[in-house]
Write a protein that binds this ligand. Structure first.
Ligand code: GDP
Length: 360
């Protein structure tokens, strides 16, 4: 499964955040494919469109798409040297599709910081240095091998050039996610090298009320981590929020001057960072969001519901969500000419409401 690995220094609020994520976990019964593992949180992707669809279709149930987070414990200084849980830690990161780095940006004298000071930028440097060093170690093995293989014409010189360019980026102290583009390097060309810092990064700044209100601090940190996305939340507040009924939670958020919960933001940003999108199906039984990769065609999308749908794909009836809401019903959308019949080459668009026709 596509997962996002949560990493961070000790005492920054990872467990608090992860516990909130697992409290928000979607009911496993609705997701027979989702085995519940203690270090995995499968959270719903918030999607207000589903409620609207459920209204239109009188659906009994709503099934949102999900995003999976894995708690990867154990980064410390020296992890790349196998310090602490170093090796296990690195192996776990390699399995994740994206990296969510949690950083402390709250000032609480009662909570000890491992390095004795609260400085998000230094924390990020500490962690990224370990990841950069581990990637350099990987390349130190790969590059000489590629050099040899290129000499005997067994490897593509372009692959070697990409690996060497990656080395240069890492030696400058930058992660590949941050530095590849400026170096003219396409991350896709590095995919086979299993480098950790070539994965997409998301930064979560665990902050307090003062931090949530401090837009200058936020802008500064956003710029520091670009092109990664930055999310500012209060992990303690989030863990209280998930215990509330939806209406109460909304009220508490509003009282706090926020229009969206931090966890919802994290789910949304995480989902897009993984290169995913959804399409929608609806009927009296359920309104549901299905997860596909950006750029997938209609038959590929159908295959997510059932492989037979893909194999026997004939066509798809597609109404875009906004058109459906405006028309008020499928029948009205059809007579308004808003229902499109799409074939096997159709590339899915986020928010397509779909009904597939297929041979069995
Ligand atoms: P981890 O080691 O990164 O998993 O950190 P924990 O989640 O265990 O948090 C470490 C300590 O910081 C605990 O005592 C938490 O209660 C506290 N903590 C976590 N998040 C916040 C926060 O947003 N604000 C404050 N003041 N304390 C927090």
């Amino acid at each position: 499964a596509l997962t996002i690995g949560i990493v961070g220094l000790p005492n920054v609020g990872k467990s608090t955040l992860f516990n909130a994520l697992t409290r928000a976990q979607v009911l496993a019964a609705n997701y027979p494919f989702a085995t519940i593992e203690p270090n995995v949180g499968v959270v719903p992707l918030p999607d207000p469109r589903l409620e609207k669809l459920a209204e239109i279709f009188g659906s009994e149930k709503i099934l949102p798409a999900t995003v999976s987070f894995v708690d990867i414990a154990g980064i410390v200084k020296g992890a790349s040297e196998g310090e602490g849980l170093g090796n296990k830690f690195l192996a776990n990161i390699r399995e994740a599709e994206a990296i969510c780095q949690v950083t402390r940006a709250f000032a609480d004298p009662d909570v000890v910081h491992v390095d004795g000071r609260v400085s998000p930028k230094d924390d990020i440097e500490t962690i990224n240095t370990e990841l950069v060093l581990a990637d350099l170690q990987t390349l130190e093995k790969i590059v000489p091998r590629l050099e040899k293989e290129v000499r005997i014409k067994k490897a593509d010189p372009a692959e070697l050039a990409a690996a060497q360019a990656a080395q240069a980026v890492l030696e400058s102290g930058q992660t590949l996610f941050q530095g590849a583009k400026a170096a003219g390097l396409d991350l896709a060309d590095l995919a086979s090298l299993q480098l950790m810092t070539a994965k997409p990064f998301i930064y979560v700044f665990n902050t307090d009320d003062a931090g949530l209100a401090d837009t200058a601090m936020q802008d500064d940190l956003r710029a520091f981590v670009a092109p990664a996305d930055a999310i500012f939340l209060d992990a303690k507040f989030e863990s209280d929020l998930v215990e509330l009924e939806p209406d109460e939670a909304k009220e508490m958020l509003a009282d706090n001057g926020q229009d969206e919960a931090g966890l919802d933001q994290l789910a949304r940003v995480g989902f897009h960072t993984l290169g995913l999108q959804t399409y929608l199906t609806a009927g009296p039984k359920e309104s549901r969001a299905w997860t596909i990769h950006q750029g997938w065609t209609a038959p590929q999308a159908a295959g997510v519901i059932h492989t037979d749908f893909q194999k026997g794909f004939i066509k798809a009836e597609v109404i875009s969500f906004d058109d459906l809401v405006e028309a008020g019903s499928v029948a009205a959308a059809r007579s308004a000419g808003k229902a499109r019949i799409e074939g096997k080459d159709y590339v899915m668009v986020d928010g397509d409401v779909v009904e597939f026709r297929f041979n069995v």
